[in-house]
Write a protein that binds this ligand. Structure first.
Ligand code: NFS
Length: 493
């Protein structure tokens, strides 16, 4: 099995990368090469590109709203009524209503997400501006019924994070312990195994991706890897079991496991992987039974470990910040101790090779940096998570905390979010979720930077909409900048 860096040698399709490919009907797939090309149905490049963006955003929103829905199912709770009305700033509710993008139906995420697929099907919506408005609406759904709701439910179930010292990077995997890695995003099972493992002296539970980021923030569980290091966790030869829930889990893990003694266990019914063992977790009771089973399996599997010693780099970090730091950030802004807040969020796409860390390091002298997800891991690896200027606020779902910090500071200032010096920077998006999060923050009135040429780059009308039409309604823009130095210049100016 080829490892990630070898698989990346196959370059991405340039046409797809620039969103000039449509495969929404069987007269196609159509590729639009020249400026005036249209698809078999007559859709031009703007429509094709906008449809692709909407589908991307809809998929992202389905991940986050699905995450919240799974917690509700897990705890046998009902979907809350009028959730967005309760959470969003009042002045934005008014604007969103005016623009006709306030999601309103009960259990709205399913309805609106399915509507987005409907609108982008063959022969339905061919107005690229209207389609992009739908992407903003999906961003609102993603933000409130995904990020906010899941964060709130997890806080209720497992407590709020605590500011504390933590450790991250592959070096947290220990050769003197039985290692269990938990990977994915919905932490219900991982929380259970952390609790059970405490009853055993020898078990070292480590996290991967956002399930890991959540455990690190809430309980100080060591974080072994972000998305691009997930294969390396197994390749240490030290991990008895990797148990996964959902999202950002590469199918390649099965093949990597075959080279070692590691066993891959899936736990979520929508995220099975052929070749892995499936142990369904649906509620607290099954979570506890499976946790006990996996610990037993790990103890047995330890005997099959071939490698005897292992050491790798690890970094001390300060983690566990949440929306409660809004007051202190507001004070620092008022006293001009910081010029603004930059939220460094999202994935770590291995296609992005530019040095973003140095730029954020430089910016952190004048700005507070809030960070989540896989980028938080990168900043941690670089020794930047000091809890003084750079604050770890958890998993990607916890981007809700960043939105809430913006909202609280704006409230204190009696201003709109858009009037304050806040920016979102996602230098290396990889997953659809990252795009949905971008649209959420744009709907809140925050400028959003993406550092990798997704579909927004080349199509001038679509790019123009995201930069200028958004400005008109939301006073925000979604822009693309691949060059860290130019990004720095834009911020400083
Ligand atoms: Ni966020 Fe978490 Fe990482 Fe990207 Fe995937 S782990 S939810 S999607 S790749 S930051």
């Amino acid at each position: 099995m080829k490892r990630l860096n070898e698989r990346l040698e196959k370059r991405p399709c340039q046409i797809g990368l620039e969103s000039r490919c449509c495969k929404n009907c069987l007269m196609g797939p159509c590729i639009l090469i020249n400026k005036d090309d249209v698809g078999a149905c007559g859709a031009n490049a703007d429509v094709v590109s906008a449809r692709n963006i909407v589908r991307f955003t809809a998929a992202g929103a389905s991940n986050h709203t699905g995450h919240a829905e799974h917690i509700l199912q897990f705890t046998k709770k009902k979907f809350p009524e009028k959730y967005i009305d309760k959470k969003a700033p009042k002045y934005l509710l008014k604007l969103w209503k005016q623009l006709g993008i306030l999601p309103s139906v009960k259990h709205e995420h399913f309805k609106e997400i399915s509507e987005a697929f409907h609108a982008t099907s063959f022969g339905v919506n061919a107005d690229y501006q209207d389609l992009l408005k739908t992407a903003v609406k999906l961003g609102i759904i993603d933000g409130y019924l995904g990020l906010y709701l899941a964060t709130e439910l997890e806080d209720k179930l497992y407590g709020k994070p605590k500011v504390r010292e933590g450790v991250l990077d592959l070096g947290v995997i220990r050769d003197d312990k039985i290692n269990i890695a938990v990977h994915g995003h919905e932490p219900m099972f991982a929380e259970e195994i952390v609790k059970e493992a405490k009853k055993h002296k020898n078990i070292n539970v480590v996290g991967v991706c956002c399930t890991g980021a959540s455990l690190l923030a809430k309980h100080g569980v060591p974080l072994a890897a972000n998305v691009i290091l997930q294969e390396n966790v197994i390749a240490t030869g030290m991990v008895e079991i990797m148990a996964v829930d959902a999202q950002c889990v590469m199918p390649s893990l099965v093949d990597i496991c075959e080279c070692y003694h590691t066993r891959l266990i899936t736990t979520n019914s929508i995220a099975k992987i052929s070749g892995a063992t499936h142990m369904p977790v649906t509620d607290r009771e099954s979570a506890n039974i499976v946790a006990k089973k996996i610990i037993k399996l790990a103890i047995e599997n330890r005997k099959k470990r071939k490698r005897t010693s292992f050491s790798a780099k690890k970094e001390k970090v300060i983690v566990g910040f949440d929306e409660r730091i809004a007051d202190s950030l507001h004070k620092q802004l008022k006293e001009k101790k910081i010029k603004g807040i930059i939220a460094v969020i999202g994935c770590r796409n291995p296609r992005v090779t530019e040095d973003w860390i140095s730029v954020y390091r430089k910016l952190s002298k004048d700005y507070a940096i809030l960070t989540t997800g896989c980028m938080a891991f990168e900043l941690g690896k670089a020794g930047m998570l000091d809890g003084r200027r750079v604050f770890h606020v958890g998993s990607c779902i916890n981007n809700a905390r960043i939105a809430e910090i913006f909202k609280r500071i704006a409230d204190k200032e009696k201003k709109e979010i858009t009037d304050l010096p806040f920016i979102i920077s996602a230098p290396a998006p990889l997953s659809e979720k990252c795009v949905a999060i971008g649209f959420f923050f744009a709907a809140l009135g925050t400028d959003v930077h993406f550092g990798y040429p997704m579909m927004i780059k080349t199509n001038s009308n679509v790019e123009n909409f995201l930069a200028n039409v958004l400005k008109k309604h939301f006073k925000s823009r979604i822009f693309f900048e691949r060059d860290p130095k130019l990004f720095y210049k834009k911020i400083v100016e």
